[in-house]
Design a protein around this ligand. Structure first.
Ligand code: NAG
Ligand code: NAG
Ligand code: NAG
Ligand code: NAG
Ligand code: NAG
Length: 628
């Protein structure tokens, strides 16, 4: 250490009051068992807090993000690093792997400078009326990510936030915007708007769908139902080379470094960055955040045998999961609900007296064996087995209790955010097959589905709305269960709720590379052969919006016509309503209106492509800005 450095260290006195534990990523994955997580005292020893990095050697590499809003607090995220690359220290649940010094052929003791970062939360975009602030450390141990909980906030209020390097007024992050939720039980005076996304595949195209919501600026929150990224190599899956969108590292990812690098690559898409900066997210993972068709102890590319250990990156399923999950918590603006259970992301948001948003994990937590392509017939044979579960007993019991509690507290709606389609759908397109249903969706787990529907019926729970992603196409259905008796597809009588399943941001659909007419032909077969399926569309990539009010929920589906360039083009594809207490899609006489795909009992009209970059923002939005 030079004399100059000593002087610099001593000058940075503001950093003294920063703490490692203020950065929530150091508490993950286990707070009470440091031996299972990061030992903060060891981090402190390695990263000498008396001598942090100089501000001018650092940059905010991946913008800002916020998420998991509560009435008085919200999670804020950023990454501040001396380096664009991710940390190569392959930390596992059992501690930190020593760095290998290849020049001197020996393991070296890691001794590095930490970064002190300050955050501020203000009522105004100019960051003048500051309501909360704090300091936290970050370091390579957590890939230089920062996750803090801003608190002392007012419910259902818009805030702005910004990070800077401690003591520096020049090294600052962009200003982000976020919004707290209403207090449990509060009566709301306007509808809650939510944009719902799933399945963004970087090499397959630009994430225009994320940007369109920013350009329109007409929702409060974003729900992401997973497949935020894909673990595959670029080769053989997409146009990455052509578009210059190669998902790094360009191989199937297995190590902690690999998963970090994949998040870092995806977070270079400008529309994704914008969406994170402007909207608070409530997200769950699907399978690809770990590996394709992941279940309790395997995935489609991994059997957890000695053979797969040797050939799939020298890693067991559990180790790979630990890496994937660790990187997920480092990079996503979400709360780790149970600090001693880092596989748990299932959680509930009580939003006023309007809704409970129940987020499930049907993939990673405790799922029984799924369809991995080579075992489809076997899964079909056991799909009605009483012992099978998508969620595991602990999560299932919690889920049913949430549904009942939500009814008991008289919340108007129960919105269930989860990954896979719950409606029992014949997907055979008329081809003779033993397995017309998806064995990787709820149909492969009939007992779990029955227990769910039984909870709804037995407890007379109204106003349940299931959301799903995963399938890369749009599906709107009444929620129908044989165990509840007869269903009338014309009137919707006998339905016990609704399901809105959305298409992908960019992942290819079942009719990829085919014309819209061929996709619509497929959609027509699907709605004609599935009584509860009221609308289906498979040509467009896109997303959907929910407008949730006391009298009804309106769902608007949007398609993005071109993802080979970055643009704001959009087409409205369909709109549906669910009236309070009806437990089915409203009919008048068709279940909705559509401008694409196939609609039951209704005429599909011609859609209009518009440019969200040119659509004027809502007047109300302008007024809010004028109040500062
Ligand atoms: C981390 O893991 C990756 C992949 O297994 C490996 O290539 C790299 O050398 C590891 N880094 C360290 C520091 O052990
Ligand atoms: C679509 O076509 C491209 C270019 O030929 C190819 O790389 C890609 O794999 C195809 N996608 C699908 C899902 O078939
Ligand atoms: C897993 O095991 C099954 C059954 O033996 C086999 O068909 C499949 O190829 C294996 N998968 C991998 C990735 O080794
Ligand atoms: C239309 O769909 C039916 C049913 O799946 C299929 O048999 C037929 O080949 C499709 N036609 C075209 C032109 O895709
Ligand atoms: C689930 O319910 C359906 C319809 O009532 C029934 O046919 C099936 O046997 C049930 N399966 C299980 C495992 O409970």
């Amino acid at each position: 250490m030079t004399l100059l450095q000593v002087l610099v260290c001593a000058l940075l006195s503001t950093s003294v009051s920063a703490s490692f534990s203020a950065n929530l990523n150091y508490r993950s994955p286990s707070l009470n068992h440091p031996d299972l997580g990061i030992a903060v005292h060891k981090v402190q020893k390695r990263n000498d807090p008396a001598c942090p990095f100089n501000a001018e050697d650092l940059k905010f590499t991946h913008g800002v993000a916020s998420g998991d809003p509560y009435p008085e607090s919200v999670i804020l995220w950023t990454r501040i690093s001396p380096d664009d690359d991710n940390s190569h220290s392959n930390v596992t649940v059992s501690g930190l792997a020593p760095l290998y010094d290849h020049d001197n052929e020996k393991y070296v003791k890691i001794s590095k400078a930490p970064v002190c970062v300050e955050y501020k939360v203000a009522r105004d975009e100019g960051m003048k009326s500051v309501v909360d602030r704090g300091l936290a450390w970050t370091s390579s141990d957590v890939d230089y990510t920062v996750k803090v909980e801003a608190s002392n906030l007012r419910p259902y209020t818009t805030y702005y936030y910004q990070f800077n390097v401690c003591g520096s007024s020049s090294v600052k992050s962009p200003v982000g915007r976020t919004k707290t939720t209403p207090r449990k039980g509060d009566k709301l005076h306007n509808d809650v708007g939510i944009a719902v996304y799933s399945c963004s595949n970087f090499p397959q195209g630009y994430f225009n769908a994320y940007g369109n919501a920013v350009r329109k600026d007409d929702v409060d929150y974003v729900i992401h139902l997973g497949d935020y990224f894909y673990e595959y190599a670029n080769g053989g899956y997409g146009w990455g080379n052509e578009l210059g969108r190669i998902p790094l590292p360009d191989k199937e990812i297995v190590s902690l470094y690999d998963y970090r690098k994949r998040y870092a690559t995806y977070r270079t898409d400008l529309d994704l960055l914008d969406n994170h900066r402007v909207f608070p997210w409530i997200s769950v993972w699907d399978d690809h955040e770990v590996a394709d068709n992941i279940w309790k102890s395997g995935s489609s590319h991994m059997n957890n045998t000695e053979e797969s250990f040797v050939h799939d990156g020298g890693i067991s399923v559990d180790q790979r999961k630990a890496h994937a999950v660790r990187a997920h918590f480092e990079w996503m603006p979400l709360r780790q609900v149970d600090m001693d259970d880092n596989l748990r992301i299932w959680r509930n948001f009580e939003i006023g007296d309007l809704l409970d948003l129940i987020m499930l994990d049907t993939r990673v937590y405790d799922r029984s064996i799924t369809d991995m392509y080579w075992n489809t017939d076997y899964i079909h044979d056991i799909s009605n087995d009483q012992g099978r579960s998508l969620m595991g007993a602990r999560q299932e019991n919690w889920f049913y209790k949430q549904l009942i509690n939500s009814k008991n507290r008289q919340a108007k709606w129960r919105v269930v955010g989860q990954q896979i389609i719950i409606s029992g759908l014949d997907l055979s397109y008329g081809k003779a097959t033993k397995n017309p249903n998806s064995m990787d969706a709820w149909d492969g787990y009939l007992a779990n589905k029955n227990r769910t529907f039984n909870t709804i019926v037995e407890n007379k729970i109204d106003n349940t709305v299931f959301l799903a992603g995963d399938s890369h196409a749009s599906w709107v259905s009444d929620l129908v269960w044989e165990g509840h008796g007869k269903y009338d597809e014309k009137t919707g009588a006998g339905s016990i709720g609704v399901e809105f399943a959305g298409t992908a941001v960019s992942s290819p659909g079942p009719f990829a590379n085919k014309t819209e007419a061929i996709a619509t032909n497929g959609s027509t077969w699907l709605i004609n052969n599935n009584p509860e399926l009221q609308w289906q569309e498979a040509h467009y990539r896109g997303y959907y919006n929910l407008k949730i009010g006391y009298n009804k929920i309106v769902a608007d589906f949007f398609g993005v016509p071109d993802i080979k360039t970055r643009n704001g083009l959009e087409i409205k594809l369909a709109t549906f309503e669910v009236n309070d207490g009806e437990n089915k899609l409203a009919r008048d006489p068709a279940p909705g209106k559509a401008w694409g795909g196939a609609l039951k009992n209704g005429q599909v009209e011609k859609g209009v492509v518009y440019d969200t970059a040119k659509t004027p923002k809502k007047v109300q939005q302008k007024e809010q800005h004028g109040q500062h």
